[in-house]
Design a protein. Structure first.
Length: 141
């Protein structure tokens, strides 16, 4: 997992960069094998006017699963980073869970198809089922 940081209208101090890396590694570290790249962008939306205007946007590239973008906003940049990192962790977990579930469904379909006897037609299989259900009822085939 490669982590890139950039800043718009906000100085990227060493302590802010450290908190970005800490938050991203805490929320996404367990998924590091599945993640190609994480890009974190911090910006001051309102500029010098103040208010709840620090925005953190995290872009996650999950290889074959696509690209996901989450964001968090707060008056403090570190709080915005924490919020976005938490959302990123939930988003990646859901995407990976969906991939696992799709693989399970595909495996179940494959295994149910493999359960059919090879070399027999569906009519022969149905005939066995019908004869088997009639045997206990006094019907002789």
């Amino acid at each position: 997992m490669r982590i890139e940081t950039c800043s718009k209208n906000l100085p990227l101090t060493r302590s802010l960069e450290d908190s970005i890396f800490r938050a991203v590694l805490f929320s996404l570290g367990r998924f590091a094998d599945a993640i190609d790249r994480v890009r974190v962008t911090i910006s001051d939306v309102n500029g010098p006017r103040g208010g709840i205007d620090k925005q953190c946007r995290i872009q996650i590239d999950l290889g074959g699963l696509g690209r996901f973008i989450v964001q968090g906003m707060d008056a403090k940049a570190t709080a915005a980073v924490d919020e976005a990192a938490e959302r990123a962790g939930r988003t990646v977990r859901r995407a990976l869970d969906r991939r696992i579930e799709r693989r399970r469904r595909a495996a179940r379909k494959t295994s149910s198809l493999e359960a059919l006897p090879v070399g027999r037609s569906i009519a022969e299989i149905r005939g066995d089922v019908i004869r088997g259900s009639m045997e206990g009822r006094g019907v002789v085939s």
